[in-house]
Each structure stands twice: as structure tokens, then as C-alpha cells.
Design a binder for this molecule. Structure first.
Ligand code: 4NP
Length: 160
């Protein structure tokens, strides 16, 4: 597929049912709030394909909804085409980052970085995997996604 004519952002976690759909949903909401949803292409994917076709995890969707964010879409695995199509490929943790770097051609590595490089509170941290934990882990993912996506959007708009 041809590269997108607008800045294209892909959020990536392991399963694409918890963390990356949250980052995607929060980022989309921020775009809507600012009236610029047409200016970016946004998607999310997983390094693993086990949950392909699944909706966001209901525990994650509930935590997001409680904070005003709607999660949507079906899980999919990252494809080779994604490294061409997206301009910013943002990994939710270091495992995801290393997997992406190990699979992407070297000339695409500059697009791949950690989502939380943009976190204004704790830059460079992993987004903890909430899958095997309790509700507070899901709430924490939404809080991280909200402040980090907000800063990310600001940075993307000021560099455009
Ligand atoms: P995600 O969370 O990577 O944030 O979507 C996970 C989803 C599923 C599994 C692990 C993490 N799993 O082991 O199935």
C-alpha cells in the first residue's frame, strides 16, 4: 500500500486488545476535541496475532469508558506493509519495541520508538501490561495514554 499522504501513526502492543487500542482511542478523541481528526491516519496493531479479529478487552474498554474514551476496532497483527505505511510506529513497551525493530527493515527503524518517550511525567517508561492484573492496571493504562497522547499530538502539530 502507498504511504499515507497525511501523518500516519500506529500504536503497537502485544495483543492489540488492551494498551494499543487505548492509545488509539484516546488519540482519536483528542483529535476530535481539537477538530483535526481528518489530519492524521491512526491505527493500532499487535506484535502477536493470537487475538486477531477480537474487540478490545472488555476490562480495558470499561476503564476507558469510565474516563470518557471509546475503544473500537478489531485486533490485528503488525504486517510488513505497516513499516512503509506509517510514519510513527509507537511501541507500548520495550518488548514490543525490540520485536518491531527485529522485524522491520533497517531503513524503517527511525520510525519506531517507545510511546512513552512522549510521557510528560515519566518519559521512557514501559506501559505496564494490565492483562493478568486487576482494574487499577487498566485505569493506569488510560491515565498514561491520556497524558502521553496529549503531548504526542502537541509535538506532532508543532513539527508539522
Ligand atoms: P495488550 O495486552 O498487549 O496490551 O493487548 C495483552 C493482551 C493479551 C495478552 C497479553 C497482553 N495475552 O497474553 O493473551
Amino acid at each position: 500500500m502507498a504511504p499515507s499522504p497525511k501523518p500516519a501513526i500506529l500504536f503497537v502492543c502485544l495483543g492489540n486488545i488492551c494498551r494499543s487500542p487505548t492509545a488509539e482511542g484516546v488519540f482519536r478523541q483528542l483529535l476530535r476535541n481539537e477538530g483535526v481528526e481528518g489530519d492524521f491516519e491512526v491505527d493500532s496493531a499487535g506484535t502477536g496475532g493470537w487475538h486477531a479479529g477480537a474487540s478490545p478487552d472488555p476490562r480495558m474498554a470499561a476503564a476507558a469508558a469510565a474516563m470518557g474514551f471509546t475503544l473500537s476496532g478489531q485486533a490485528r497483527q503488525v504486517t510488513a506493509d505497516d513499516y512503509d505505511r506509517f510514519d510513527h510506529i509507537l511501541a507500548m513497551d520495550r518488548d514490543n519495541l525490540e520485536t518491531l525493530l527485529s522485524r522491520a527493515p533497517a531503513h524503517r527503524h527511525h520510525k519506531i520508538r517507545l510511546f512513552r518517550e512522549h510521557d510528560p511525567e515519566n518519559p521512557g517508561e514501559d506501559t505496564p501490561d494490565p492483562y493478568y492484573g486487576g482494574p487499577e492496571g487498566f485505569q493506569e493504562v488510560v491515565r498514561i495514554a491520556e497524558r502521553t497522547a496529549r503531548r504526542l499530538l502537541h509535538e506532532l502539530r508543532s513539527s508539522a
